[in-house]
Design a protein around this ligand. Sequence first.
Ligand code: 13P
Length: 249
Amino acid sequence: MRKKLIAANWKMYKTPEQTAAFFREFLPLVAAHTRDEIVVCPPYIDLQTAVAAAEGSNVAVGAQNVHWEKEGAFTGEISATMLTSLGVTHVIIGHSERRQYFNETDDTVNRKLEIALENGLTPILCVGEVLEEREAGLTEDVLRRQCMRAFNGISARKAAKLVLAYEPVWAIGTGKTATPQMASDAHQVIRHEAEKAFGKEFAEGLRILYGGSVKPENATVLMAEAEIDGALVGGASLDPASFTKIVKY
Ligand code: 13P
């Protein structure tokens, strides 16, 4: 049995004050919850506040991005060791918004994955097709390519902590959700790529989250799917009550 992971991706929302307020309300609501792993990924500037607030709780803190080099002249960037030194344990890599707006490529995703794993972070690697690709029947090809290139040169031993997130781009922030069947099919493609790269046992243990307009109203149906091992939640994770309902699907 794969333990499900429910992760919040706050994107560019909340100040440190708002982060502290979220945790004050959220932690008591989920304090007794052990069925699923819970991770909150706020903007960089909120990480310290989030880690301090979540200390000793059942909620882990993740970043939304990381640079692929150890350190150097990379103005505005943040390294993996900077994240771990704060107590951050997870990091989202290759989110479609970074691929779309910030020139993230399969190659940089691969390099980021490597440095995250080297530093003991749990990467949440995002893959997913855009609407035109789905309509052209290219979903499988896109997922295979994104996985294959992301996994390039990484051993199964090194990849042990890896988590995948299937996020169809057309479902992000649109209120359109993939049907459980669509998500399940995509997850099987991803699991198969993981099997090719890392072996059968690894693939069977790999958690693949679904992301894209996950809401309290659809979480139960999605999480009932055997292939769906959790959720990566955007908009609906910003409110403690709404995110709690998803955690407790
Ligand atoms: P929404 O839940 O707002 O659709 O965002 C999904 C997402 O991009 C999570 O990473």
